[in-house]
Design a protein around this ligand. Structure first.
Ligand code: 5GP
Ligand code: ZN
Length: 135
């Protein structure tokens, strides 16, 4: 298995860890966007959120919430982004499920920009119907 997060999860590659349980390891990002940037990594290999069982996804977000609270206190940040990228176009570079915990401070250099899609209300209503029909 050549997956870097599998190797981190099983200890083959060292990492700075802040939390571990039977299903997850939370590590410091090697190239942090801000001081305190952590990653919740699943110990089992799932490439993305769609491959994962829902119960495990729910547990992953519960771990992210717990650690985010600790990050908030430890860094005294002004806010926190919880990010989870699926697919290259969405910014995923490591294809093993993980959740970013990214503390934010006034004046930091993080740039998360929603460009804005020029949609008519009819289009929004139509896509909402399409989504509902897929649930
Ligand atoms: P993605 O872009 O896939 O959502 O996020 C991958 C993250 O993993 C990046 O923020 C990157 O800095 C981090 N990363 C990549 N390789 C390693 C590594 O070997 N160790 C650690 N701790 N983080 C890594
Ligand atoms: Zn993996």
């Amino acid at each position: 298995m050549s997956c870097v997060f599998c190797k981190i999860a099983n200890g083959e590659i060292p990492s700075i860890s802040v939390y571990e349980d039977e299903s997850f390891k939370v590590i410091m990002d090697i190239n942090p966007a801000n001081l305190g940037h952590c990653l919740v990594i699943c110990k089992e290999h799932y490439a993305n959120i769609f491959e994962m069982p829902s119960e495990l996804t729910a547990k992953a977000f519960a771990v992210a919430k717990k650690v985010a609270g600790a990050v908030k206190e430890a860094t005294d940040c002004d806010g926190i982004n919880i990010l989870q990228n699926n697919g290259e176009i969405a910014g995923q570079t490591v294809f093993h499920f993980h959740i970013h915990i990214l503390p934010r401070v006034e004046g930091d250099l993080v740039n998360i920009h929603f460009g804005g899609f020029n949609a008519e209300e009819d289009m929004i209503k139509q896509i909402a119907e399409d989504i509902k029909n897929k649930l």
